[in-house]
Design a protein around this ligand. Structure first.
Ligand SMILES: [Ca+2]
Ligand SMILES: [Ca+2]
Length: 261
């Protein structure tokens, strides 16, 4: 009985290996991945053409798609007159699903938030982790001008796989100096790591970033955090193409508590 099961398992493995081999030797048939898209969802993502096969392989590796709840889109069409350097081209289709280890969830939900602007012009800082991602008035927080940041305390160290955030998606906008960092301490002194930075001219003083500017949409911006370990997540911005203020609707942090051996 056991041998039979083992044999069946090996057969599945063999078929899997053949599929992998076939994918490797048929690069001409494979759609090349769009280099513009690599900044977003650079982690393991499924391709529609072989989604079934890959899903099986990913499941075998313990990876499952993130269960992301998206808000209602508020604008359609291509934004006009956004003269922004290093602007990412729209993907033209929904973001591919993002794969992470089974059990990964939004560990930022209802976690405490601090900010350089503790008295927002509109809204309250707590709204950044309250689960409301809608675009309308009453759902976003408006922080003052210049470089501002918000910091989320996850309460304990986590393996972080993705940070997903919405600044504002009622109209097409690009936010400047978007920098996402993680650290072990609330003052960002210990083990600070930058996982996204599109401040191409280092006006923030956080270093030159090579990530692209992007247009805000209801899909939010998903940053691949590649399993970095941290307790605190900080997001910077410095105004946008619509005005010099800073906005947040929601920040999700997808991770798992660091397992204690
Ligand atoms: Ca919210
Ligand atoms: Ca800048």
């Amino acid at each position: 009985m056991r041998n039979k099961r083992l044999l069946a398992r090996m057969n599945v493995l063999t078929v899997g290996l053949w599929v992998v081999a076939a994918l490797l030797v048929l690069p001409a048939c494979q759609k090349k991945s769009d280099p513009e898209a690599t900044g977003e969802g650079a982690g393991p993502a499924a391709d529609n053409q072989s989604a079934g096969t890959r899903t099986d392989l990913h499941e075998a590796a313990g990876l499952v798609p993130l269960d992301i709840v998206l808000p209602k889109p508020m604008f359609v069409g291509t934004p006009q007159n956004l003269r922004v350097p290093n602007l990412q081209k729209p993907l033209g289709h929904p973001r591919p699903m993002f794969l992470a280890p089974a059990g990964t969830k939004n560990v930022a939900a209802n976690r405490p938030v601090t900010s350089t602007d503790e008295e927002p012009i509109i809204g309250e800082i707590e709204m950044i982790t309250d689960g409301d991602k809608e675009a309308m008035d009453g759902s976003y927080v408006e922080l003052g001008p210049f470089l501002q940041h918000v910091t989320i305390d996850l309460g304990a160290p986590h393996d972080i796989y993705a940070v997903l955030f919405w600044h504002f998606h009622k109209q097409a906008r690009v936010y400047f100096d978007v920098v996402v960092q993680v650290a072990d301490d609330p003052d960002f002194i210990t083990n600070v790591q930058t996982i996204f930075n599109n401040d191409y001219d280092n006006s923030s003083g956080l270093g030159v970033g090579e990530d692209l500017h992007y247009v805000e949409t209801s899909e939010g911006k998903l940053v691949d955090a590649r399993g970095v370990q941290a307790r605190y997540v900080r997001l910077y911005s410095n105004g946008n193409t619509g005005n010099d203020l800073n906005h947040y609707i929601e920040v999700d942090v997808y991770g798992k508590p660091v397992s204690v051996m």
